[in-house]
Write a protein that binds this ligand. Sequence first.
Ligand SMILES: Cc1cc2nc3c(=O)[nH]c(=O)nc-3n(C[C@H](O)[C@H](O)[C@H](O)COP(=O)(O)O)c2cc1C
Length: 408
Amino acid sequence: MRIVLGVSGGIAAYKAVEVCRRFVGAGHEVTAVLTDAARRFVGEATFSALATNPVPEGLWQRWDGGIAHTRLGQRADLVVVAPATADFLARYAAGMADDLLSATLLVTRAPVVVCPAMHTEMWEHPAVVENLLALRRRGVHVVPPESGTLAGGDEGAGRMAEPATIVATALALSARRCDLTGTHVVVSAGGTREPIDPVRVITNRSSGKQGHAIAEAAAARGARVTLVTSSALSAPAGVEVVHVESAADMHAAIAAAAPGADVVVMAAAVADFRPKAPAAQKVHGLPELVLEPTPDILAGLAEARRPGQVLVGFAAETQDVVARARRKLERKGVDLVVVNDVSAPGAGFDHDTNEVTILGADGSVAVVPLTSKRQVADAILDEVVARLERDARDTRDARDSKRDTKED
Ligand SMILES: Cc1cc2nc3c(=O)[nH]c(=O)nc-3n(C[C@H](O)[C@H](O)[C@H](O)COP(=O)(O)O)c2cc1C
């Protein structure tokens, strides 16, 4: 893997030497890109000697037969910035490209990991907090700093994470990128619209952003993805899209796509009820609404599931969030329920961020704190992959023990 290691000008720059050494030791091609301030902390010669490639001088240099400011980012499989100063995070969040490192970050489409390091006062400043939130929303991964002794003998939060933690986190992130290759993932997204008459509908606040993020993440991890959506959001690249409107449409589309799927993620907010007899013509005056329940798509999927298929449901709640979700998990017979408290700030409907708890039928509980919907998507898929791998292992073990019994 080609790794660009960005080093900005903080006291923790000396620890970046160890990050570089560990990446090279793990067999990766590393190019270190230093800001001008970083060069005042650590010598360029150290990185040129330890990394696979010499340290590029700057924006104006040619690199690998091309121009450095685009070539490095285009060829990178992973970019890690350690340490990331407050100043660097501000320039990155603002989309600046005034040195080789910031330009590389604007060009690259590879995963980016930043490892902030700074004094506690800087770390807690609203400007830094907001810059990091903006970067997280764009899918940048953050390895948060730890508490401990800081430069000048101060104590507090802001010390860069240990090199071993940074390297392990960054490599795990890249490794999971293709862990759904060969699988078919069906994802539903958006709120359904149930007609009252040809003009009015009953709907809900779901935007479809979380479901679309799951489809995008699954495709990026190598899956063939079918996205059944009622949302007007543009579809992620490389994903097969089925547009639906009502719960009945959603039911039919999922029933057609699910039988062959390895994973079904029901992120859509499907209406629980609908008008029993929608009017054929526009109603004038107050309509008399008689409601009926819609089909329970999730429970139907659980009944019809084939061995090894992983089913994920969603729950949007405003109170007794986890207890209600646990009851849903048991009632529906699915593998995972992802619950969000839609009343929490920055979470749920229409936000670009979310915070969720992922409950497993096996008793597992994974809490994902407020982060981008794309990162929530990856956390959900991590749980899905763990179950696919466990099923594959169990099938292999059962086959082996059957063969052993035969041979006896
Ligand atoms: C001794 C010293 C230590 C510093 N340590 C940090 C630090 O840990 N984190 C940080 O954000 N800034 C730190 N700074 C300030 C940065 O060096 C300064 O903001 C610089 O403009 C960063 O440039 P860069 O982001 O282009 O690398 C330090 C400055 C000095 C002089």
